[in-house]
Design a protein around this ligand. Structure first.
Ligand SMILES: C[S@@+](CC[C@H](N)C(=O)[O-])C[C@H]1O[C@@H](n2cnc3c(N)ncnc32)[C@H](O)[C@@H]1O
Length: 315
């Protein structure tokens, strides 16, 4: 089916009448999201570290401005509170969504071992595929990274029980029974890799969190934060690194910390509507079409812009 026909048919299912200019609004936004913004394969961060660009999503595996180590530390590992827990516990468990190059997991092992050399680690990482090449890891984590890469997909060694599951995370999460102290949610940005950020997959992930477990991610997406809140998690903004927007942590047992402006945007912005994937098998085009139609029906652009203001008069 042509993309415009898909838009019209989804709008009918949602019982939303679309004018031709509204169909164009959804179509143009969709094309923008499906077109990679960067092309190439190997790329350097501002700190000279080497990472990859994903050919489909057109985004780097790590923040080019924050750098690999700083991003892993400040957006995932430190906010997850896993280092405090490592000091006090004999066992820790981490679930990672998006193994990628394995750099953040190697950094997590490296930092946890620096605060408690003997804590037992249960690590499960999920990725839909491994990249065709692995650029050199940052020297600081080369020992941990080479160990992981030489032993994947599974090893039990030096107090680490590690499994890499190579499958779509949407197929895997309901089969995992363990509850985790921390979930590191990587993935590319929510509107480019929406399969990993719907309320439906976030609900499955939330079920895998211990009552005091913490979910961390680089994103500050309104769609993602709204979904986390609707699922019943408390949400906190985490200070930004390498860019203006903060990142996010969430959990059932942490206090909610959002600024008045962030709360207002979550209440009023039409973009603060969760992405949906009810059967956990929609294509990314389907997830985005459904989302963009619902966003447009609530106003399209940021409030207080009225509906159809994106070049689409209501008169
Ligand atoms: C930003 S990268 C992860 C970076 C990684 N943590 C590291 O330190 O190298 C995002 C990863 O999410 C994976 N991914 C995207 N969609 C997925 C899906 N539906 N299921 C599982 N993994 C997925 C991609 O293959 C990619 O490796």
């Amino acid at each position: 089916m042509e993309i415009k026909d898909l838009i019209i048919s989804r709008a009918k299912e949602l019982k939303i009448d679309l004018k031709p200019c509204e169909i164009d609004w959804v179509y143009n936004n969709l094309l923008g999201l499906l077109t990679p913004t960067m092309r190439g394969r190997i790329i350097k961060t501002a700190f000279g570290e080497t990472t990859l660009l994903h050919p489909l999503y057109g985004e780097p595996y790590h923040s080019l401005t924050a750098g690999i180590i700083s991003e892993c530390d400040n957006k995932f590992i430190i906010p997850s509170e896993i280092l405090q827990k490592a000091k006090a516990r004999k066992e820790l468990s981490i679930l990672e969504i998006g193994f990628g190059l394995g750099f953040c997991l190697a950094r997590a092992i490296n930092l946890i071992r620096s605060v408690n050399p003997s804590v037992e680690l249960k690590l499960i990482s999920i990725d839909i595929e491994l990249p065709s090449i692995f650029p050199p890891s940052p020297p600081m984590i080369s020992k941990e990274h080479s160990k992981i890469i030489s032993l994947i997909p599974r090893f039990l060694k030096d107090g680490i029980d590690f499994s890499l599951i190579l499958e779509d995370a949407r197929r895997v999460l309901s089969k995992i029974e363990l509850e985790f102290d921390a979930v590191f949610h990587h993935g590319f940005s929510p509107l480019r890799n929406p399969e990993l950020w719907t309320k439906d997959i976030l609900s499955l992930i939330a079920k895998r969190l211990k009552p005091d477990g913490v979910w961390t991610s680089f994103t500050s997406s309104l769609a993602v934060r709204k979904a986390l809140l609707e699922i019943g998690l408390s949400v906190q903004s985490v200070s930004s690194v390498g860019r203006k927007s903060p990142s996010t942590k969430a959990g059932f047992g942490i206090p909610q910390i959002l600024s008045p402006l962030e709360l207002e945007r979550l209440q009023r912005s039409s973009f603060a509507t969760p992405l949906k994937d009810p059967e956990l098998r929609w294509q990314r085009e389907e997830i985005l079409i459904d989302y963009l139609i619902r966003v447009m029906a609530q106003g399209g652009l940021e409030p207080p812009t009225p509906r159809f203001s994106a070049g689409c008069s209501t008169n």
